[in-house]
Design a binder for this molecule. Structure first.
Ligand SMILES: NC(=O)c1ccc[n+]([C@@H]2O[C@H](COP(=O)([O-])OP(=O)(O)OC[C@H]3O[C@@H](n4cnc5c(N)ncnc54)[C@H](OP(=O)(O)O)[C@@H]3O)[C@@H](O)[C@H]2O)c1
Length: 263
């Protein structure tokens, strides 16, 4: 069955590739972007691929932008938009942590609430929350981001159980990508170096941290978004999606083992 699918943060990375894949499957795809320039570029890229995608700007932190979803009968909402933030919890400015929560958690849930109105009334719908394996394992120096994804994964599991009790055929599932090369991880890990000055507790560790981060991502990151996009398509098309969709699978296995052994 062809569905109407709205994706946030689709100007780049996983969101953009998921929009292309879902449109190629024949769905009506509404790909929303952080700003107008991204919307124009995405519109152009879709045309070059001969894909029919509707595009507009939807900054999820802007209430008027969010309200646009009220006029669309959305079957699947893919909450993909997010920002990365890094630094030690011993010294990171709480304003940075709040901003990450504002975007990755609170605005995401506000958009979800608006979309749920129509889904519950029509007794049909799926909400996907793009979380992360960083929402299952605490990641040192990435906690400002990692905590937002822990919150989002918890929210998704709880909201899913609540909606199940309504028996309205409205489902919630978590998409949990491992490290994937979109540029997101590099931007996120670098953010802390912009403010970790002379007074940082960890100043002496900076060269080591940078080298470790480079090694980790060079080793771990999937080179493209294919595996996670396949999981997004599967979850979006499922009649009753399961709770979690993780990819690439070796990173999913790593997380399970780490949790079992209490790392
Ligand atoms: N790549 C990974 O390794 C990885 C791993 C686990 C989870 N994830 C998750 O996967 C999702 C996509 O990430 P990605 O790797 O594809 O990175 P990305 O290309 O940076 O995608 C995130 C998108 O969200 C947009 N965005 C930021 N703030 C927004 C706002 N207020 N309203 C609307 N859009 C906003 C960004 O716009 P700008 O580019 O203009 O900021 C960007 O287009 C995110 O939820 C991320 O947390 C990624």
């Amino acid at each position: 069955m062809k569905k109407t699918i709205l994706i946030t943060g689709a100007g780049t990375g996983i969101g953009r590739d998921a929009a292309f894949a879902l449109a190629a499957h024949g769905h009506r795809v509404i790909a929303t972007t952080f700003n107008v320039a991204q919307a124009d570029a995405l519109d152009q890229q879709a045309k070059e691929r001969a894909l029919n995608i509707e595009v507009f700007k939807l900054d999820i932190t802007v209430p008027q932008d969010r309200e646009q979803v009220l006029s669309i009968d959305i079957d699947v909402l893919i909450n993909n938009a997010a920002v990365g933030e890094s630094g030690s919890l011993a010294e990171v400015d709480m304003g940075r942590v709040r901003r990450a929560f504002e975007i990755n958690v609170f605005s995401t849930l506000e958009l979800t609430q608006l979309t749920l109105r129509g889904m519950i009334a029509r007794e049909r719908g799926t909400v996907l929350l793009v979380s992360s394996i960083a929402g299952r394992l605490p990641m040192p120096f990435l906690m400002p981001y990692s905590m937002t994804k822990f919150a989002l994964s918890a929210a998704g599991a709880g909201l899913r159980a609540e909606l199940d009790k309504l028996h309205k055929n409205v489902h919630v599932a978590l998409i949990e990508p491992g490290a994937i090369h979109t540029g997101f991880n590099q931007l996120m890990t670098d953010r802390k170096y912009a403010w970790m000055g002379e007074q940082s507790y960890f100043k002496h560790l900076v060269p080591k941290l940078k080298a470790e981060e480079k090694r980790t991502f060079d080793f771990l990151e999937a080179r493209d978004t294919r595996s996670i996009v396949a999981q997004i398509v599967k979850a979006a098309e499922a009649k009753r999606p399961r709770l979690r969709y993780v990819a690439p699978w070796p990173q999913g296995v790593m997380v399970r083992l780490a949790r079992i052994f209490g790392v």
